[in-house]
Ligand binder design. Structure first.
Ligand code: HEC
Ligand code: HEC
Length: 398
């Protein structure tokens, strides 16, 4: 029996001795203790480090000009950018609550950037000739992999690091740059919210991926949808080749070798990794699923629906056994895999599913109901309507 930690913790039901025994196994190499000092350093890096990528976002894309001219807070919120309410002084919060802050003025955007209050965006504002001027801007990991709890207003609240920013529209943001051709802008604008293609700048193809969560990865051997490598592999790849930070990344499989001095990325990877591994998946909101149905769904998942043959073990993936799946095995679109070194998809470690629709690498299933319908069709499972509902309730509980 699999160690069903979520079920035991969530429902408070009696837990069988067999489950407890499975959960109580000694801490193996994958479940090591995390170093709190390194976690704390990693948190700062995750939230605030641009790795010197201002040279791209400012000098190449000239985003500082666009932001200064036209990105009001209203525009920023509409493309899914988030504001950290905890970074705002009490008087700013009071003014916001009283409707005394102009959300249609770029001066307010600059004030927020000065306060370091826009998730994943770092700006340097200077007063030049008596006028606030955005002189440098860069991005951090928090842009795509964190959001806020909306506790103050929609898009404004406390940070939730590691949560997929499902409403962020990275393509639309990049497309604001005056440095791009209309053809490039058209591709960036075609992706839509919650999607990003991390290979477009290499192969010119466009099959965007959903922004995945960065939590719940402790113990997972390989990250990314196509299991290119461990978490630091992706961190170096994205920091150097996508964020355009200054550092080293090489992968002979891709024929990519980027060496930049000084390397502002490699020395930070250990701390960044420790922080990501410390991020737990968020529990499902209370009452968000039917416990009895989820329990039946779990039995189906483990049994006749055959899900656990791939979504195996407590992490719900077989990737640690070195297994990947040809797109045809799960009826996936093969086009993204074909662009990668692996040509196959990793069984996604299911975690916090309720938080990050849509599902599958390309977002082809809008809801968990569509996920189940997909498997029912491509794997000819013959599930009844009741069984489909039970499986969905189980998925909502993960
Ligand atoms: C522009 C948006 C964007 C930025 C910025 C970004 N990522 Fe990602 N991240 C993605 C996308 C898209 C994927 C999916 C890539 C894939 O699977 O091939 C991903 C994948 C990941 C994963 C793997 C999740 C999994 O399920 O295996 C982790 C962890 C992660 N990112 C952390 C980071 C960190 C740390 C940084 C900063 C160094 C960062 N990301 C910067 C978009 C972004
Ligand atoms: C043959 C192996 C295999 C089987 C069987 C399987 N899966 Fe998957 N699952 C995968 C792979 C591979 C992916 C990643 C596909 C992608 O992203 O394109 C995946 C992705 C998912 C996702 C999307 C997760 C996310 O964060 O986007 C869900 C949900 C899921 N599976 C649920 C199930 C359920 C429910 C069943 C049983 C009905 C099942 N899987 C059966 C291999 C499998």
């Amino acid at each position: 029996m699999r160690c069903s930690r979520t079920r035991a913790g969530l429902t408070g039901m009696m837990v069988s001795v067999a489950v407890l025994a499975a959960c109580d196994r000694p801490i193996g190499p994958r479940e090591r203790f995390l170093d709190p000092a390194l976690v704390a350093q990693g948190k700062e890096i995750f939230r605030f480090d641009t790795f010197g990528d201002e040279k791209f976002w400012t000098d190449t894309l000239r985003m500082h000009e666009v932001i200064q001219q036209s990105v009001t807070p209203a525009v920023a919120l509409s493309v899914g950018l988030k504001v950290d309410a905890d970074a705002l002084p009490a008087e700013v919060k009071a003014a916001l609550a009283a409707g005394q802050v102009d959300l249609n003025s770029t001066a307010t955007t600059l004030a927020l950037l000065r306060l370091n209050a826009v998730l994943g965006v770092k700006g340097e504002v200077q007063t030049l000739g008596g006028r606030d001027t955005l002189v440098r801007v860069g991005i951090t990991c928090a842009l795509c992999h964190s959001t806020v709890d909306n506790s103050f207003a929609p898009g404004i609240g406390s940070r939730q690091d590691g949560w997929a920013n499902t409403t962020l529209n990275p393509g639309a943001i990049v497309a604001l740059s005056p440095a791009l051709t209309p053809a490039q802008k058209a591709v960036y604008n075609s992706w839509g919210p919650g999607l990003y293609d991390p290979r477009f700048n290499f192969d010119g193809l466009s099959t965007p991926l959903v922004l995945p969560p960065a939590y719940g990865l402790l113990g997972v051997d390989k990250e990314t949808f196509t299991a290119e490598g461990p978490v630091s592999y992706w961190n170096a790849y994205v920091a150097v080749t996508q964020m355009h930070g200054q550092g080293n990344f090489s992968d002979p499989r891709l024929g990519v070798e980027i060496i930049q001095t000084p390397d502002l990325v490699t020395p930070k990877l250990a701390a960044l990794r420790e922080y990501q591994l410390s991020l737990r998946k968020p529990p499902p909101p209370p009452g968000s699923f039917d416990v009895a149905a989820a329990t039946r769904g779990e039995a189906l998942f483990e049994g006749e629906a055959g899900c656990a043959s791939c979504h195996a073990g407590s992490l719900l993936t077989d990737v640690n056994a070195g297994i990947l799946h040809a797109p045809s095995e799960t009826g996936m679109d093969p086009r993204y895999a074909a662009r990668t070194t692996q040509k196959a998809y990793r069984t996604t470690p299911l975690r916090g599913l309720w938080q990050h629709p849509p599902y599958f690498h390309d977002g082809s299933a809008a809801t968990l109901g569509e996920v189940v319908e997909h498997y029912n069709r491509v794997r000819a499972l013959g599930l009844t309507e009741q069984q489909k509902r039970d499986l969905v309730e189980y998925l909502k509980s993960l």
